[in-house]
Design a protein around this ligand. Structure first.
Ligand SMILES: Cc1cc2nc3c(=O)[nH]c(=O)nc-3n(C[C@H](O)[C@H](O)[C@H](O)COP(=O)(O)OP(=O)(O)OC[C@H]3O[C@@H](n4cnc5c(N)ncnc54)[C@H](O)[C@@H]3O)c2cc1C
Ligand SMILES: *[C@@H]1O[C@H](CO)[C@@H](O)[C@H](O)[C@H]1NC(C)=O
Ligand SMILES: *[C@@H]1O[C@H](CO)[C@@H](O)[C@H](O)[C@H]1NC(C)=O
Ligand SMILES: *[C@@H]1O[C@H](CO)[C@@H](O)[C@H](O)[C@H]1NC(C)=O
Ligand SMILES: *[C@@H]1O[C@H](CO)[C@@H](O)[C@H](O)[C@H]1NC(C)=O
Ligand SMILES: *[C@@H]1O[C@H](CO)[C@@H](O)[C@H](O)[C@H]1NC(C)=O
Ligand SMILES: *[C@@H]1O[C@H](CO)[C@@H](O)[C@H](O)[C@H]1NC(C)=O
Ligand SMILES: *[C@@H]1O[C@H](CO)[C@@H](O)[C@H](O)[C@H]1NC(C)=O
Ligand SMILES: *[C@@H]1O[C@H](CO)[C@@H](O)[C@H](O)[C@H]1NC(C)=O
Length: 647
């Protein structure tokens, strides 16, 4: 006789394993039969791929060359895509004589040019301009002509998984360079490429709140987020659902693109860990064109690699499931002071509150940074800049943000810092903030995601080992701060410091307790400060000047490295790729860590033996380079070719 419990048990197993959720747009997939009529979109077979070390194609196909797909191939692709293939001109082409010239549009663009949203909703543009090659600057009455430069040739406006699969297959089969663009925020040109087909994931905006999600040791609230959701939209979803999700601080940053795949920091980093630590499941189209769900139980190597192993490397992510928490409030306050030693009684002061004692200013700034571990210890973080104002004038600005704290505890936390600044260093910063009302992290659900365009900022990052602070020998901190000060005072860089500690304890499962880890650079787990030397890459400089600037910056990074080596030699060396120097020489070590890199490279070889996905400083990236005419460092304005090592 059959026991009636058998179907019940099966039912329970089905209920418990609710992994592998698929959005409606993800169930629209490319079928084998659609590929039989048009072999250019046929799926790939990793087993049959040529060996990783062989060179079958020296370069990617180049527009206009014989190898480039024919017009009819592109038309056929567009039919497979249901008409979502775009061949856009740069927006600024309206300013140039020729078919697209339209003065009204050009003026309108110039008026719009600081509105980040316009550019994010634009299929080609990226926020960082310089890797494009300045071949079509936005200006009234420009001299010369507008060409695409580092922008892609074709763009797939992806709204289904089928669009993504067809684009990946077409690029692989036709040897066309492939890029992925979400918001275009990448500071190193990783979401563009000359002569490429771009998969634009920006319109994948689906969002779902999952009140009860169970996978492995995780049981609780979660959200599923489409690849195109931006941080500000994410915050509005949080407000609508009365939940907290760890999200990027920058409002227009993609919530699950480059942010999640590299690390991802935000104001809850010291409480819940990194963006990559939030992931419970990933839906992705791999280099062979297949759509997979990757989670702690399936495709364990990809599961490890996709969380920290870099963007645009193993596949195109279409959505992820992230942990969600109950609503949380934070308290923030700011602390700032300026020094202007040239101030005297006879000149009208620029900033009446500016200090005149430079020594005392630097003591104060050093103290503020040295104090940050106390704030981290309370689950918070310090966000700060030291900005050169010209001559011997400098400004220090900072915010101290702590989640889940009472107003009185917050005041008490900052009291010793304020006291020491006031009395010991004679920096009149007043009393520590009192009776500050906590505000909801999710906000009021009315964010609009404003931002600034363009962002030609160069970041050069280091993850400062926490042991520099613990070190009882004050020499460690003194040397560290001297290297920061040198970068600002002599180098002329703005120093941007964000102090937090995404330790493994805070990350929790699945990063720990054998969910089985993640590829996030180990230096994140032992850092207390992510610090960067920042500057704006000026428009219109040539390759020679750009190279000199890179060299100079690397010298200031080297000074920090020397201090870390002397005082924190046991800590892993690392930098945050998303805010790191794309010119970083030892990028495999600095952006991934040597041990992780070796494993990631094996996974890359297995899942993408063709090297379909490529972007600078991504895993396997050393195999390819962009050959530019002018040699401008890191420019994307050129053909992508294999690096041939001379015998
Ligand atoms: C104004 C501003 C504020 C910022 N604030 C923060 C912050 O608070 N915290 C922080 O950690 N970082 C911050 N950053 C850095 C940010 O993390 C990186 O710029 C990040 O790369 C942005 O990812 P994106 O997907 O939005 O941008 P994109 O430039 O579109 O993509 C970045 C990279 O990810 C790849 N990619 C994008 N989508 C996918 C996908 N679906 N599948 C596979 N690969 C994909 C792209 O090919 C590219 O290589 C900020 C940057 C800016 C410009
Ligand atoms: C793709 O097809 C759509 C609809 O027919 C059309 O509007 C669009 O211009 C085509 N794209 C290209 C690049 O030709
Ligand atoms: C220029 O653009 C404007 C605004 O989009 C449009 O109204 C106008 O017709 C265009 N002019 C020409 C000559 O195409
Ligand atoms: C652009 O802005 C200027 C000044 O604000 C205004 O006079 C002009 O009409 C605007 N042009 C367009 C096309 O919006
Ligand atoms: C991309 O597709 C979406 C959805 O179909 C559409 O709303 C949007 O206008 C398209 N964008 C462009 C630039 O064609
Ligand atoms: C939001 O959630 C919290 C805790 O999870 C609960 O106490 C509160 O009542 C909820 N608020 C609303 C408006 O539902
Ligand atoms: C003080 O002010 C006077 C008068 O404006 C000016 O000439 C002098 O250079 C100032 N001193 C310093 C140190 O800047
Ligand atoms: C400036 O500050 C330093 C350190 O606080 C102090 O030793 C020095 O006397 C001050 N100099 C002047 C001119 O006040
Ligand atoms: C976790 O599991 C993986 C395989 O799933 C194994 O290789 C690894 O050694 C385990 N790690 C620990 C710390 O137990």
């Amino acid at each position: 006789m059959r026991t009636p419990s058998t179907p019940l048990v099966l039912l329970l197993i089905t209920v418990v394993k609710v992994t592998g959720k698929v959005f409606p747009f993800e169930s629209v997939q490319l079928t084998e039969s659609e590929t039989t009529d048009f072999r250019a979109v046929a799926f790939g077979n990793t087993e049959a791929a040529p060996p990783w070390s062989s060179i079958t194609q020296r370069c990617r196909a180049w527009p206009g060359s014989r190898a480039w797909p024919s017009e009819s191939d592109w038309e056929q692709l567009n039919i497979t895509l249901g008409g979502s293939l775009l061949r856009p001109l740069p927006a600024a082409s309206a300013c140039y004589q020729g078919e697209s010239y339209n003065q009204t549009t050009c003026e309108w663009l110039i008026n719009q040019s600081s509105r980040t949203h316009f550019w994010i909703d634009e299929p080609l543009s990226t926020l960082t301009q310089w890797p494009q090659g300045s071949t079509c600057p936005l200006t009234l009455d420009p001299p010369g002509t507008c060409t695409k430069g580092g922008f892609p040739e074709y763009v797939v406006n992806a709204t289904t998984v089928k669009h993504v699969q067809a684009a990946v297959n077409f690029a692989r089969n036709k040897n066309v360079r492939l890029v992925i663009k979400n918001t275009g925020h990448d500071f190193g040109g990783r979401s563009m490429g000359a002569g490429s087909l771009s998969i634009w994931v920006h319109n994948l905006k689906d969002f779902e709140f999952i009140p009860e999600y169970n996978v492995g040791r995780y049981s609780g609230m979660a959200v599923q987020v489409g690849a195109g959701v931006e941080s500000w939209e994410h915050f509005n979803h949080m407000a609508a659902n009365n939940i907290t999700v760890v999200a990027p601080g920058g409002g227009t940053v993609g919530a699950v693109g480059g942010w999640v795949t590299v690390a991802g920091h935000g104001s809850l980093t010291s409480k819940y860990g990194l963006g990559a630590d939030q992931v419970l499941s990933i839906n992705v189209v791999t280099a062979d064109g297949q759509f997979l769900t990757v989670d702690p139980n399936t495709h364990k190597d990809l599961w490890w690699a996709l969380r920290g192993g870099g963007p645009s490397t193993f596949g195109v992510i279409t959505s992820v499931v992230l942990k969600a928490y109950p609503p949380i409030s934070t308290i923030r306050s700011s602390l700032a002071f300026t020094v202007d030693p040239s101030l005297n009684d006879t000149r009208p002061p620029q900033d009446p509150n500016a200090l005149t004692n430079l020594t005392s200013f630097w003591y104060g700034v050093s103290l503020a940074y040295h104090y940050c571990p106390k704030i981290i210890g309370a689950g918070g973080y310090c966000f700060s800049y030291i900005t050169p104002l010209g001559g011997s004038s400098f400004r220090f600005t900072s915010s101290q943000i702590v989640p889940d704290i009472s107003s009185s505890d917050y005041t008490a936390l900052l009291q010793p810092l304020y006291a020491e600044l006031n009395t010991v260093h004679r920096i009149p910063v007043g009393a520590p903030p009192a009776n500050t009302r906590p505000t909801l992290y999710a906000g009021d659900g009315r964010r609009t995601g404003a931002g600034d365009f363009p962002v030609n900022t160069r970041y050069r990052s280091r993850l400062f080992p926490a042991s520099l602070w613990d070190n009882p020998d004050q020499a460690a901190w003194a040397a560290t701060f001297a290297a920061i000060r040198a970068g600002v005072e002599e180098g002329g860089y703005t120093f941007h410091g964000i102090a937090y500690s995404p330790t493994l304890e805070k990350a929790g499962w699945p990063t720990t307790d054998n969910g089985s880890g993640s590829a996030v650079h180990p230096a994140w787990r032992t850092t207390a400060l992510h610090g960067s030397f920042m500057e704006v890459q000026p428009e219109g400089i040539g390759a020679a000047e750009a190279t000199v600037r890179d060299r100079k910056a690397s010298e200031y990074l080297a000074r920090l490295d020397a201090v870390f080596e002397e005082f924190a030699n046991d800590a892993p060396r690392g930098a945050y790729m998303n805010e790191g120097d794309p010119a970083e020489e030892e990028w495999q070590t600095m952006f991934y860590g040597d041990k992780n890199y070796a494993r990631l490279l094996d996974i890359k070889k297995k899942w993408d033996p063709w090297g379909v996905f490529w972007a600078r400083t991504t895993v396997g990236g050393e195999r390819w380079e962009v050959n530019t005419e002018d040699g401008y460092p890191m420019s994307q304005n050129g053909r992508l070719c294999r690096v041939v090592t001379k015998k």
